[in-house]
Design a binder for this molecule. Structure first.
Ligand code: NI
Length: 255
């Protein structure tokens, strides 16, 4: 069954039909989902969803674009949340120089603090990095983050960097973007790195695959990304699904 390693079902875009989507998981081959926090309000919502649904886990952390109002108190709220048995990672955390709506030094500060938190609480990390390739790599190396383990979510950098992340011990998160016509670089990554280092993700409600590009995404569309990866690699979709599910179990330490 497909493991969606990165979703945002707490998003209000799902308020009308969240239950219907979940009810269709089994027949669509969706087994488990990790719901990822991004801002302060979402911490409680993610814990609540993970507690209510047996197929749901959560990661707790503050997204770089939302870390403007971050405080030590919020960090302690995350720490308490991580003691929940279904809270499996710290994330999503990182750097976003594309939106660039939080001062870069502030982003770096809370990125480092949350990496420290992950180490203290012995959790893997879910990394968000956009147009910040060098700084992200440098901070992850400085913190020896590879030995905590984690995923570079919605991977958007070069094959060379992907190989370096794999060598450090990270998984590479791939989703709907791999179906886009103009995603030449990501297709190359999906073909060249070992399948053992790829995890599937939606980032829903964002980044729906073709032919739903631009629409609201959900895990129900994830088979399309799995199919695209299988075609790129010249293998069976069943193999992609089975191996990436095992990878997700290793990533979130469920096995
Ligand atoms: Ni996300």
């Amino acid at each position: 069954m497909i493991f969606d390693t990165h979703a945002h079902y707490n998003d209000k875009q799902f308020d009308g039909d969240r239950e219907e989507i979940f009810a269709a998981f089994k027949e669509t081959g969706i087994g488990r989902v990790c719901n990822i926090a991004s801002d302060i309000e979402s911490i409680e919502e993610c814990l609540d969803l993970a507690e209510r649904y047996p197929f749901m886990y959560c990661a707790l952390g503050i997204h770089p674009s939302d870390c403007g109002p971050m405080t030590e108190e919020v960090l302690e709220t995350i720490r308490r949340g991580l003691s929940h048995p279904r809270a499996v990672a710290v994330g999503e955390i990182g750097l976003d120089y594309y939106w660039d709506d939080v001062d870069r030094e502030v982003q770096k500060y809370w990125f480092r603090r949350q990496l420290d938190l992950a180490r203290e609480e012995n959790k893997p990390v879910v990394i968000h990095s956009r147009e910040a390739a060098a700084d992200t790599m440098n901070i992850l190396k400085e913190k020896n983050a590879g030995d905590m383990g984690g995923v570079i979510h919605c991977y958007s950098y070069s094959l060379e960097q992907a190989r370096e992340y794999v060598k450090m011990g990270f998984f590479i998160g791939i989703g709907g973007v791999v179906t886009f016509k103009n995603s030449r670089k990501l297709k190359e990554v999906a073909r060249e790195i070992p399948l053992e280092n790829i995890v599937l993700e939606t980032d829903c409600p964002y980044l729906a695959p073709v032919p739903y590009r631009g629409k609201r995404n959900s895990s129900l569309y994830l088979p399309l990304a799995a199919q695209a990866i299988a075609e790129i690699r010249g293998t069976e979709v069943s193999e992609v699904i089975a191996v990436t599910e095992k990878n997700a179990e290793r990533l979130y330490r469920l096995a």
